[in-house]
Design a binder for this molecule. Sequence first.
Ligand SMILES: Cc1cc2nc3c(=O)[nH]c(=O)nc-3n(C[C@H](O)[C@H](O)[C@H](O)COP(=O)(O)O)c2cc1C
Ligand code: SF4
Length: 407
Amino acid sequence: MEEGVAAAKILVDAGYDSLNVDAGTYDSWYWNHPPMYFEDGMYREFGRILKQEVDVPIILAGRMDNPELAEESIGTCCDIISYGRPLLADAEIATKIKEGRVDEIRPCLGCHEGCMGRIANATVSCAVNSACGRENIYGLTPALQKKKILVAGGGIAGMETARVCALRGHDVVLCEKSDHLGGNLIPGGVPHFKRYDLKLVDYYKRQMELQGVEVHLNTEVTADTAKSFQADIIVCASGSTPKQMTVNGELPVYTADEVLLGKQDASDQIVIIGGGLVGCETALWLAQQGKKVSVVEILPEILGGHGAMPHMNYYMLTDLLNYHKVDIYTDTKVLKTTSDGVVVETDGTQKVLPAKTVIASIGYIENNMLYEQLKDSEIPVYNIGDSSQVHNIMYAIWNAYELARGL
Ligand SMILES: Cc1cc2nc3c(=O)[nH]c(=O)nc-3n(C[C@H](O)[C@H](O)[C@H](O)COP(=O)(O)O)c2cc1C
Ligand code: SF4
């Protein structure tokens, strides 16, 4: 802080008219590119200190998209709010705040998948906004011929398809077999640090209303019922389901989804099998509740290793797992469970990791049955999102946008 304040004073003495508060360096990369694991407005304290030290206007970024937080920060922590990523996610954020249309703002997720995460080899874009950075060549045009489009599945891919098709003038019916929209983002958004995933679901729900999409909940599209909708095009977006794992022994094995949704209780001593993103984020969420958590990964590294996901998110998540004392066992194989815990083999030796709850997080499997049944219909049928290939939010949205802009 002292060095930053001294530098700020030198700049102001040299004639700088205003200062933009940021934090971080190349060695603390997640401070300047704050992932979702941060609270909102993480630079406010720095702005507050600097405001007392210099008398030029202070500009402040850093997850300031909540208008109430932004408003209360002006005067105490800054004089001007600036938006970085929220503008990539929704270029109209300022207008929408001004007009009181906050429920129409498409939220930034803090994922970096579409922006900084690909900056080394692609132009900046955004996971939730496919056209970002290439609006002129990848925007939307009205449909040449109005069609009736049936979307089967109310997850993110289905809702993005419905949104784009309706915006372009098509008549869209979206059916969801459960009693709610959101798909895998509902369990995924349970941890506090994933709250923007739930905001994204809210954004899409509002878009369904605004664009006049006819939404049917508790309505499963099947090979038998599909015809009754008399659609010109069917888009299957039936999502994915967690892979189940059987481990011989005395303890039941739950999926991460079951625990996140509160269908199964997690005790205070947990072993998670699978150190991918879902396993590690579930581990962090449980450890933040004061539980003792171990993660067992059969591969040499968790999270797919360095470079498999945006650096800032990778480093912050691994630092947080360490901070919350989550034990990580890589190159480790699960053998069985006993009443004491999970027996694993690592480096040719066996050991017992104490546990009362075992959670498997070993990936998801495509729900592509509907597409397989319908694909040879007389009308065009498409398969998008996780039911086509399991991936992340960005792929679900980009995949859906790419299809829907051409229908
Ligand atoms: C694509 C991208 C490029 C950025 N480039 C810079 C930069 O060159 N210098 C800098 O100080 N911060 C840079 N930042 C960080 C932003 O200035 C800002 O501090 C950060 O994104 C947090 O604010 P936000 O939540 O409004 O995005 C960049 C951020 C993004 C997303
Ligand atoms: S790619 Fe992710 S972090 Fe970057 S602006 Fe879009 S939603 Fe935000």
